[in-house]
Design a protein around this ligand. Sequence first.
Ligand code: HSX
Ligand code: HSX
Length: 206
Amino acid sequence: GTIHVMEHPLIEHKLTLMRDKRTGTKEFRALLQEVAMLMAYELTRSLPLAEVTIETPVTNAQFRVIAGKTLALVPVLRAGLGMLDGILNLIPAAKVGHVGLYRDHDTLQPVEYYCKLPSNLQERDVIVVDPMLATGGSASAALTVVKRHGAVHPKLMVLVAVPEGIKKIQTDHPDVDIYTAAIDEGLNEKGYIVPGLGDAGDRLYG
Ligand code: HSX
Ligand code: HSX
């Protein structure tokens, strides 16, 4: 898949504020939703349009509306929820599914603990949403889940990615395009993204 780094001064500025450890929970939450909305704006740039006839108060004429499949957003619990409302601000008609994953302490493998997805996933444009792509274990597992429920060529939208996680997704899911606001240096010994912004779930929810 292709990796798209969504470069925009507003996205970069807000992400920098989020990286600052002095930024508190309330502001961090607001910034993540704002960045998610801006990323959704960029990501939807290539949506196909179709001609429709519209009766204006003056005349009938041809105009264009978004065509094709309804979007389905799948935030990975729990940090993915931090981006959901921002995206829904722009795409209110999107369907939403939830996938919950935790890491098993013995096997270190992601384990699915919750899964509720919209019907007819095979007919939708599915976007898996999670702020951090670190080792890639969680996102890869979430993509496997949505594919098992029918998703075709789902997309992955993250805030910060590292080369390790990108490589994992490209190996496990070569059909998946990744959209990120930044590619950071790498992972430290604890699996945290460097320089990163810490644990997104903890910074969102404490
Ligand atoms: C980590 O993310 C582990 O798999 C945890 O179980 C999971 C927790 O994420 P969050 O609830 O903080 O978003 O990689
Ligand atoms: C964080 O850990 C994020 O929200 C993701 O769910 C996960 C990323 O870690 P990894 O599975 O890519 O290593 O809580």
